[in-house]
Design a protein around this ligand. Structure first.
Ligand code: GRG
Length: 291
């Protein structure tokens, strides 16, 4: 199973490298006149290819495998998702946000390239994500491009990640209830997982009723992923304020994670996805991961 995941990851990585190379090549006319400006591409690549788990693309690819949707058709969608994810991490690390000097064990983008370039690298990744979608899916049946665009832009905007991030900033000022923390997590982290699955379903031409179950699975994995993150960040004597363990306690948070992990098995069965599939394995891996 591990080998199947590595295989998916390797092929997807190759695709990403090709698309980044194309991006640079398309700017080569400008860059030949002012070569120093290539720093923007270096900053984007530095953050994009820096050892992220690629958990979101892998979930999408294993879902595609389970639904017999050709993986290659999903690559542009999953590249766009990973670009947005990278953009959110670059901006999250900025001094005005989490002020984090380290990301994935090396200097964060603004530490490596300065703050101005890091802000622009995030902006550029966001714009490029939508260009990748347009380039790959325009002219496809069932209004695939506008539907994917709508899905992604809603998830990252003022009804999605941005709102979740605002809630996170404000959680430092007042104590949140369990429901408020869960809502913040759903918007800040969960939605991007949710749209991964919905997008793959749309690419596969799935009908609305089945998309609903995919939506549920996406919601569950998004939540389970964030709860696991909160647990990894918390120790018995050092609990992150505003996190779920701060509201529920460590034991209850662990129980909630176990509960959602079990619920996901039911959703998989409902979708007719076997429990010995790569997707089920990847979902299970969330519970035991240490990163
Ligand atoms: C609108 C996308 C967007 C950004 C602007 C800064 C900001 C608003 C939002 C921050 C959102 C954020 C950083 C959420 C945390 C998500 C999360 C749990 C990240 C860690 O994901 P992993 O573990 O990371 O998949 P790797 O390193 O493996 O890629």
């Amino acid at each position: 199973m591990q080998t199947a995941l590595e295989h998916h990851k390797e092929l997807f990585e190759t695709y990403c490298r090709e698309r980044f190379a194309l991006m640079r090549q398309q700017a080569s006319g400008y860059l030949s006149q002012l070569p120093e400006s290539a720093v923007i591409f270096e900053a984007m690549e530095y953050s994009f290819f820096s050892g992220g788990k690629r958990f979101r693309p892998l979930l999408g690819l294993t879902l595609a495998e389970a639904l017999r949707i050709e993986a290659k058709r999903c690559y542009p969608w999953l590249l766009a998702i990973e670009m947005i994810h990278t953009y959110s991490l670059i901006h999250d690390d900025l001094p005005a946000m989490d002020n984090s000097d380290i990301r994935r064990g090396r200097p964060s983008c603004h530490k490596q390239f300065r703050e101005d370039i890091a802000i622009l690298a995030g902006d550029a990744l966001c714009a490029q994500a939508f260009w990748e979608l347009a380039d790959a899916y325009q002219g496809q049946p069932q209004e695939l491009l506008p539907r994917l665009t709508c899905l992604l832009s809603e998830a990252i905007g003022p009804r999605g990640i941005v709102l979740g991030q605002v809630m996170d900033i404000q959680s430092k000022l007042s104590a949140y209830t369990k429901e408020q923390v869960l809502l913040m997590h759903q918007l800040k982290t969960g939605l991007l997982f949710q749209v991964v699955f919905q997008g793959v379903g749309l690419i596969g031409g799935w009908a609305a009723d089945k998309l609903e179950s995919l939506n549920k699975l996406g919601l569950q994995i998004g939540l389970a992923f964030q709860i696991k993150d909160d647990l990894l960040d918390s120790k018995e004597d050092e609990i992150e304020p505003g996190s779920l363990p701060a509201v529920l306690g460590l034991a209850e948070t662990k129980k909630l994670l176990e509960h959602i992990q079990k619920e996901m098995q039911d959703t998989l069965s409902h979708l007719g996805i076997p429990l010995d599939s790569s997707l089920a394995y990847l979902i299970e891996l969330n519970e035991s991961r240490s990163l």
